[in-house]
Design a protein around this ligand. Sequence first.
Ligand code: FES
Length: 378
Amino acid sequence: MPKDGSVTSLDGLGKPMWLVLELTYRCPLKCVWCNNPLDYDSYASKELSTEEWKQVLREGRELGALQLGFSGGEPMLRDDLEELVAEAESLGYYTNLITSGVGLTPERLSALKQAGLKQIQLSLQSAQRTLTDQLVGARVHDLKLDTARRIKAAGFPMVLNVPVFRQNIDQVEEILALAEEIGVDYLEFANIQYYNWALLNREELLPSREQIDNAEAAVNRARARLGKRMTIYFVIPDYFETRPKACMNGWGSIHLTIAPDGAALPCQEVRVIEGLEFPTVREHSLQWLWHESPLFMKFRGDEWMKEPCRTCDEKEKDYGGCRCQAFLLTGEASNTDPACAKSPDHHIIESAILGSRKPREHKPLIMRTPGGTTVIPS
Ligand code: FES
């Protein structure tokens, strides 16, 4: 990698093509797999102002960002969302709202349409009211279905995101039928990643290999039947693959996340890695944060790699996997992601899978709450 920190690999050509604004970590839901930090409530008083977010948008475009996600927490909790969407549109971004649907009233939906929003990704957790409501800790299942229909009626491309884990993976066929009835254009079965709240609940959330295979077979049958009417994504979770995921397409390559307090991050989970500093847009330009900050330089390119990654002929494909997962599971972020079968730590993944399969007493799930003390029966 050149000493000036420019990115030479991959298709981003050194630009943060994907910019994600985590407008807030506040959320009305308590999902047991939430990827927000465990101490998310400590950021509520530090959120960027409307003007500060607008400055981020301007600097992001100057850096070459094109795809923009408004995320959270629940971005609908920000009253200035429509204003930020309008600003992003005027700057030429392709705008995407990532929401639970809570707070997306008919009035706000039409205001967002008017502001120029291009796409909405709505989350749904199951095909059954009781299960959805239990998993997210609120009565929102019916509201989500209504919202899905209104999004479609408003003329947005309908993207339905379904986080997948042991409790709902056997419902793939029912969810497919529901999505077909709503007229979903893109259905994403997102096998969850095990960070933060999901890692706390991993033993209970990990599906079995058999469940994954059955779900994938159902998806393939639906793909054959529906053809181009609905695009269905289903990615096998990295715990069940022998090679790691190419996390973020490589650290500091094309992804740039701005956290609610303005910290510029190479991924949404990176605060789990101890010993790093997280400078914000309040102190530095986005240009500096992306090109020069020690955080983005830390694992950019391949000079940081140890064996077996360093000499691996697949390193250009997977970049050694996920730095956050490597840290969480091995205590050292520069280690090979243990999801890789070549990693000397791969046994950690194997025993997690084994542990979740053993006949045992199920533990209650820990819900996302300050202190994480609310539990529901598993
Ligand atoms: Fe942080 Fe993978 S989630 S590098």
